[in-house]
Each structure stands twice: as C-alpha cells, then as structure tokens.
Design a protein around this ligand. Structure first.
Ligand code: KIV
Length: 249
C-alpha cells in the first residue's frame, strides 16, 4: 500500500522509515516487493548509473525517463523525484519542473538546500516537497562530512528551520556528525531521513548501488549487503566460457 505524506509525518519518532534509491523498473520492483516504503529516484543516478563525474550533468529529461521506469516497476510505493541541478533557477521554472516530475510518476519532489521561496511556491501548487540539508552534492566542493565548524553548524541549524518552515513534509540529512543530525532532527516536527548521519534520524536512505555493492566505489558510511558487481562479472565469465567451448546454446 502506498503511504501518504500524512503517514510519514505520523512516523516521526516511531519505527524508522525505510528509503532506497532506484533508477530502473526491475530494481524498483524488487524494492516494492521487499516492502521498502519510499523509493528515491535521486540524481545520484548521474554518477552511479550514467558515469558522470558529478550530479550536475543530470537533466530534467534524465529524471523523467528514470522516474517513469521506476513508477512502472513500483506502482504502489511512494516515489520521490529529485529536482536536478539548475532546474529551480526561478520560481516559475521550479514549479514547471516539479510538475514535470509529478507527471512522470513521482509522488513528491526533493530539493537540495535552503531554496525557501521555491519550496513554498511548489507546496502552494499542491505538490509535496522533501528538503535536503547537510552535504548537498549538487553544490558541494567535495563529499566530506559537513558541520564540523561552529559557523557550519549555525548555518545548518538555520537552513533546517527555514526549509521546514517553508512546508516540506520530510527532510534528508546527509553526511553530518551524528550528534548534529540528532540535534537537527529533534528540532523539527517533520521526519528526518539520514544518510551517513548516524542512527538518530526518523529513517535511513542508501543509494541502491552502494547497498548492493554495484560499482567500484562506495562512500565509507554506506553498507554493502551484497557484491553485485562480482555476480555480474561471474555471469559474464561463465557465459564467455560456455560460448567459447560451445556448451551454450
Ligand atoms: O541523489 C540521491 O540519491 C540523494 C540521496 C543520496 C539522498 O539525494
């Protein structure tokens, strides 16, 4: 059963919310069958699926394509669509692009950083928005943990309040010290979803490729539940051998 924004808000401080990313139909189907409550079609797809150096190269068209694929695989799961870099350069553009992601199949959209006016405008159009604070990869200089200076802590506290006051129903907190994530989480009424931010948030998200061990680099704060790259390589090796020795077909 697809959970609503109200269901998620009611989960604040309750059983942790589970969220994973997905970008394709078969993976989305697996996540839905496993009972994952939210699928995030993150712009991480640019790096983990498309081979880009950063998420900045991801376009609206990429997001629409992948959101459509995920929706076809997971018709009964709440899907968040990431607003890609430079898709919210003014309010009109932010509203138009948020609508495009909803039309492609998302239930809500996620915006990185304290884009207060854009968030308010999208929420006013009846579209549910997820905020994202801490490390924000679209504009970060590097992917190191954030919130380690007094100045940074003050900024993140301020951003968290502004983002939540703008009307988001959920907030992703990425790669901060666990104690800071815990403090930020306790300071807001909406559920927080952590990634590399300790276990005091109201839920957790991982990039599916990191969790599955698919790729060749996984951030240190992630966990690999399998080694899918090795499984694919093994399939390819066995196939090659079978074909070369005429064991298959
Ligand atoms: O793009 C993404 O997958 C994300 C998560 C890392 C939270 O924003």
């Amino acid at each position: 059963m697809k959970l609503s924004t109200k269901d998620f808000i009611a989960r604040k401080g309750q059983t942790p919310i589970t969220m994973l990313t997905a970008y394709t139909t078969p993976i989305a189907k697996c996540l839905e069958n496993a009972g994952i409550e939210i699928i995030l079609v993150g712009d991480s797809l640019g790096m983990v699926e498309m081979g880009f150096e950063s998420t900045q190269q991801v376009t609206m068209e990429h997001m629409e394509y992948h959101i459509g694929a995920v929706r076809r695989g997971a018709p009964n799961t709440h899907i968040i669509g990431d607003m890609p870099y430079k898709s919210t350069q003014n309010i009109e553009m932010a509203i138009t692009n948020a609508k495009r992601l909803i039309d492609a199949g998302a239930d809500s959209v996620k915006i990185e950083g304290p884009e207060v006016e854009n968030i308010k405008a999208i929420v006013n159009m009846g579209i549910a928005v997820v905020g994202h604070t801490g490390l924000t990869p679209q504009t970060a200089k590097n992917f190191k943990q954030v919130g380690n200076t007094q100045e940074d802590v003050a900024r993140l506290k301020q951003d968290t309040q502004s983002i939540c006051n703008a009307g988001v129903f959920m907030l992703v907190i990425e790669h901060t010290k666990p104690s800071l994530a815990s403090e930020l989480s306790a300071s807001v009424t909406v559920p927080t979803i952590g990634i590399g931010a300790g276990n005091e948030c109201d839920g957790q998200v991982l990039v599916i490729n990191d969790a599955a061990g698919l790729g060749d680099y996984w951030p240190p704060f992630t966990k690999q539940y399998a080694q899918v790259s090795e499984i694919y390589a093994d399939v390819a090796k066995q196939f090659k051998q079978d074909v070369e020795t005429k064991q298959f077909p």
